[in-house]
Design a protein around this ligand. Structure first.
Ligand code: C2O
Ligand code: CU
Ligand code: CU
Length: 531
């Protein structure tokens, strides 16, 4: 037991029962066997920011929804590739889609369906440390498995990439995406049960941009002035190869979180981007396993967030700093017009991520940053037919390593407990009993954040009493739009409201810290037909 934990327990007078859930003492990663690469030794801003290519449809096929309509068909193979993360680092072995990680960006129009064949062309052995004690990764399971989920997409269950539906090299799955949803930045990533953190860490992710006429009419910066920005942290060994830490127990290498010392933007460490002194739109994604990003600009400049996970906000929100949890997206407008000839650095905390080199020559900028974007009609609480209180907890073993993380105190393999009726509205009250913030994601639906409220977790754990410790706090202005991932803060009850529209079938909800998701912090849920 660590000192801090013991003192904490003494002061809080917690009972043994409560010990089950709190966990300041962490399962520590074993020291790296090889020395890791120190990014501070690398030259900054020597590589141009890579822009993932736009995926090209190889043919048009009849739509599963209407065979008279032909829709684009894409084939995106998961492959082992090599990629330069920095000019002075040797090529890194990665898993990507086609020939890159992030993979090609899918671009589509709302209401136009698409077919994607996700082919598994990976090698038969994994190059990252599998923990065979985790669900779905048992020793009898093939090492390499993949299944692709389009995060934020409203899709029939059979095309959602259910974690248990993962498949081995040589196999593929053909998914149909109706794209009946508002313009938004979605992203695709692997979702294989028990090894998802490793597959995504290896590089299996990419973007999908859904556009619509309402958004197009806003005249936001577009074309070469609209830039995708996928941010994530990694660790490398001295040979430039990915390093993923392992815990000390040799049979259970799972670690509860991953924090890398290098931040990558679109696959590069410290890249630069040449920009004109004008407005740009950055479609930003936090694709990290665990790390929450705190983004700001070196010149203290204000930027505007115009959209969140599921599309446009009602109005631009001016920000000096942006907090982005894993899987959250932020649609940002940066205006460089006052900074001609200067260099502006995008930072995460105090550390540089990338550099913008603003050209000297004045340009005319015909794009707009409208003061009103898209209304987000509030779902009334009175519409909710059900409120579910769902705990976010952690089960510790005797050595206080978190053994696994649980949603509502249930394991992945237990029977479904969340089963909203199609088209009904529900409130989910996420009661966080741990000391971490967990970004909670629901598949299929978009939701709104109602509020967050401090409560007494000890009273709840010890005596089962719900006692609030403050007033409900409304979501931040840049969260007050359509979301699919929400920060459930420690010691707080975070309430979200959703209409479960779209399709009946089996989906999942989970924490998007991938280490948590792989270790029980994920549950199946069913959308059921109205009787
Ligand atoms: Cu980003 Cu279940 O996914
Ligand atoms: Cu998702
Ligand atoms: Cu979590």
């Amino acid at each position: 037991m660590s000192i801090t934990r013991r003192r904490f327990l003494q002061q809080s007078g917690m009972t043994a029962a409560a010990l089950m859930f709190q966990h300041p003492a962490r399962r520590q990663p074993a020291p790296p066997v090889k020395p890791v690469l120190d990014p501070n030794t690398l030259a900054q801003f020597v590589d141009p920011l890579p822009i993932p290519e736009i995926a090209r449809a190889s043919e048009f096929r009849p739509s599963p929804a209407n065979s008279k309509v032909k829709i684009p068909y894409y084939r995106l193979p998961m492959r082992q590739i090599e990629s330069k993360v920095h000019r002075d680092v040797k090529p890194t072995l990665l898993w990507g889609f086609g020939s890159s990680s992030p993979g090609p960006t899918l671009e589509t129009q709302s209401g136009t369906g698409m077919l994607v064949e996700w082919a598994n062309e990976l090698p038969k052995t994994h190059f990252l440390p599998i923990d065979h004690s985790l669900h779905g990764a048992e020793p009898d399971k093939p090492e390499v498995r993949g299944v692709v989920h389009l995060h934020g997409a409203k899709v029939p269950a059979e095309s959602d990439g259910y974690p248990g539906n993962c498949y081995v090299p040589g196999k593929s799955a053909l998914y149909y995406y109706p794209n009946e949803q508002d313009a938004a930045l979605l992203w695709y990533h692997d979702h294989a049960l028990g090894i998802n953190r490793l597959n995504v860490f290896a590089g299996l992710f990419g973007l999908c941009i859904v556009r619509d006429s309402e958004e197009d009419a806003l005249n936001l910066p577009s074309g070469k002035y609209e830039i995708p920005l996928v941010l994530y942290d990694r660790m490398f060994d001295q040979e430039g190869q990915l390093y993923y830490p392992v815990a000390a127990p040799p049979r259970s290498p799972w670690v509860p979180e991953f924090f890398g010392n290098a931040i990558l933007a679109n696959g590069r460490i410290f890249p630069f981007l040449e920009v004109e002194p004008r407005k740009y739109r950055f479609r930003t994604l936090n694709a990290a396993n665990t790390r929450f990003l705190r983004l700001s600009l070196s010149n203290g400049q204000i930027f505007h967030q115009i959209g969140t996970d599921q599309g446009l906000l009602p109005a631009p929100v001016p920000l000096k700093q942006l907090m982005l949890a894993p899987a959250e997206r932020a649609d940002l407008v940066l205006d460089f017009s006052d900074y001609a000839g200067e260099q502006v650095v995008l930072k995460n905390g105090v550390l540089p991520v990338m550099q913008f080199r603003v050209a000297r020559a004045k340009v005319t900028d015909t794009s707009s940053l409208p003061s009103a974007l898209r209304p987000v009609p509030k779902i009334a609480e009175s519409e909710a037919v059900k409120t579910r209180t769902l705990t976010l907890g952690e089960l510790d073993d005797t050595k206080e390593d978190p053994v696994n993380m649980l949603l509502n105190n249930t394991h992945w393999s237990m029977p479904v407990t969340e089963n909203p009726t199609l088209n009904s509205v529900e409130i989910w009250s996420l009661m966080n009993l741990t000391e971490d913030s967990h970004p909670i994601h629901l598949h299929l639906v978009r939701f709104q954040i109602l509020d967050r409220r401090l409560f007494d977790a000890f009273a709840y754990l010890n005596r089962g009493i719900l006692r609030y410790r403050g007033d409900p706090i409304p979501p931040d202005p840049n969260e007050a739009g359509w979301k699919d991932t929400v920060r459930a803060e420690p010691g707080m009850i975070t309430r979200i409201i959703a209409r479960f529209e779209g399709y009946v079938g089996r989906y999942v909800w989970h924490c998007h810290i991938l280490e948590h998701e792989d270790n029980e912090m994920m549950r199946p849920y069913d959308v059921i037909a109205a009787r």
